[in-house]
Write a protein that binds this ligand. Sequence first.
Ligand code: ADP
Ligand code: MG
Length: 153
Amino acid sequence: MRTLTVTLADEAATLALGAGLAQALVPGLLLTLSGELGAGKTTLCRGIVQGLGHRGAVKSPTYTLVEPYEHTRVPVYHFDLYRLGDPEELELLGFRDYLGGDGVCLVEWPERGRGFLPAADLAITMSAQGDGRRVTLEAATPIAGDVLAALDH
Ligand code: ADP
Ligand code: MG
């Protein structure tokens, strides 16, 4: 399926990519964000959440595991599974309800939910490149392919 790789010179570029993604996202999509601590995953999520119309802060839900934003163009649920003890905890969190609902799910550290997290529609991988970041977006479903097509014009 479609893959897009971009380099992001600074934080503003990461936020702008998130805003661009936000324009194209549709309900029901699962986006995963992989990469080391500091790779820019939360920054990209902030760009998406604010691009969907949220005006306030977007903090990493490291301890709460999930932060919902429901007053946005499309509801968005931001997960950070870094501190997930056991993938089974995803069931207790009600992950299926979030995913099967009318919103978009953004999941940092999807590796921690292996076995319980469904396959992503859009798998995003971030890494350091010089002072900036390199991002690869891999669409696994046609709808996610359309999102990348909208970004890439
Ligand atoms: P993660 O969630 O992957 O741990 P963060 O989003 O918290 O990473 O970002 C870590 C740092 O990287 C922040 O200080 C952020 O401003 C910075 N950052 C984000 N995008 C870029 C970029 N494209 N170039 C340089 N620094 C960036
Ligand atoms: Mg983070």
